[in-house]
Write a protein that binds this ligand. Sequence first.
Ligand code: GLY
Length: 301
Amino acid sequence: MKPAIIVHGGAWKIAEDTHADHIAGTRAAVAAGWALLKQGETALDAVEAAVSAMEDDPTFDAGIGSVLNRVGEIEMDAIIMDGETLALGAVAAVRGIINPVRLARLIVRDTDHSLLVAEGARRFAELKGMRLCAEAELTVPREVERFRALQQKKDYHLSEGFTPDPMDTVGAVAIDANGNVAAATSTGGVHYKLPGRVGDSPLVGAGAYADNLTGAASATGHGESIMRVVLSKTTTDALGQGMSAQEAADYAIKYMYDRVSGYGGIIVVDSQGEIAFAYNTPHMAVAWVDSSGEIQARIKG
Ligand code: GLY
């Protein structure tokens, strides 16, 4: 099997002056994952490396650069899933670590659980020797400014659905030389969310799904819409019904809009290594390796 990988760096109205950063960040993420796949490493390792690279990059709403919640704190969600075994690890509302996706991977590797939340997730990180960090290390001036502006906007409602504001959730899907697929997604969630709010990203089938029998998908966009239509599983189920990767991605995004007027994007790899993406937001940041082995990174819109 020829390996393949595609990543996303969010779907929203990506401001023009940040296009170059999004392109560079998604390109570096694909490069990190592709380097492993070329050496014969697993799809699971590749998606972890790709997502962790974007968590390290302050451009994105994941890890460093995550948005602030309504009380000025950062709570992050992430998931990773192995399509060979259907094993998954996820963390929700976790604070004070840089790479939630790596913590999710440790849950797969070292526990018989699937999802750890909040303080329990953080304690598990500490137990496994992950470096805990101060909130200041995750916080970027862009998000402090946004938080202060939102504090002034008294009529702001989380239920407003899609706005042209950031949805810089990151994700990756890959297939390795053995034909195993994997998916990973990580996010700081939506800006000015209530403390304790968990989005779609760590929810299996919503934020990501991977099954060797069909393929793997990772979602970005408005979490409350994505979870209602279980967007990633809807996409891989469409593969199982015989759709191509592109048809499945298009179908799932249209289904989300038709059923719940939701906005977002999806990346997908099928069990034959075909990759695709679809979105209904003004832009989506994506990068992938093309059939000649070259990395392509784009702001689609
Ligand atoms: N899609 C990310 C979130 O809504 O939290």
